[in-house]
Write a protein that binds this ligand. Structure first.
Ligand code: MG
Length: 203
């Protein structure tokens, strides 16, 4: 793993969480392809994709690359470098593509550049790992969970980023979806790393 490369990619994933993503994807990608929602500039993509590459497996990375609500101009996570003056919109896809190229993942990562619900519309492929890190409001996280979790194989991993039990530490969308998922009783609940929730589909 090229930590120097990962450190220079924009993103909100701490190295311990990234390492855990890598380890889980290394195990999952022996069972089937993996999928992330919210690739942004590709930081999580490098961790997950590098693991998938080791097993000759595929990582699908779903993101419309127009930034989430909190990344728009005037919002707390706005980054002027990602702003296209011409279209007056965020575009993270050039950054994402550069990351994938630099990391040598062009034969591993399939960028799916559209909204999650459109990508899910006719999806049929069983998935061994699903990493949900798209828009963080409850409705969006819940929709991502509902649309994608049905494709998770037995023994597959369902991962949620930015799970904060304490509202003072972060928004509650991912936490509420995590808590609802746990209450279904169909997942083994594994220890979290940082704010990365880790569930494993039971038989
Ligand atoms: Mg996140």
């Amino acid at each position: 793993m090229d930590q120097a490369l990962i450190d220079q990619v924009k993103g909100f994933l701490d190295p311990r969480e990234g390492r855990r993503l890598y380890e889980l994807a290394l195990e999952a990608s022996r069972m089937g392809p993996c999928l992330e929602i919210g690739g942004y500039c590709g930081k999580s993509t490098v961790w997950l994709g590098t693991a998938c590459r080791r097993n000759g497996m595929t990582l699908y990375s779903v993101d419309h690359h127009r930034g989430s609500v909190e990344q728009q101009p005037g919002e707390p996570y706005f980054d002027p470098e990602l702003f296209e003056p011409g279209s007056f919109r965020i575009d993270t896809f050039p950054w994402f593509r550069a990351t994938v190229e630099t990391a040598g993942l062009e034969d591993t990562v399939v960028p799916v550049v559209c909204a999650s619900r459109l990508a899910a519309r006719h999806w049929k492929t069983p998935l061994a790992l699903i990493f949900i890190d798209g828009s963080h409001d409850f409705e969006s996280v819940e929709e991502d969970f509902r649309l994608w979790s049905r494709h998770l194989v037995t023994g597959g991993y369902l991962l949620l980023h930015d799970v904060f039990k304490d509202p003072a530490k972060g928004g509650q969308g991912p936490y509420l979806v995590y808590r609802n998922a746990v209450s279904l009783g169909i997942y083994h609940v594994l220890p979290m790393t940082g704010c990365l929730g880790v569930l494993r589909r039971k038989a």
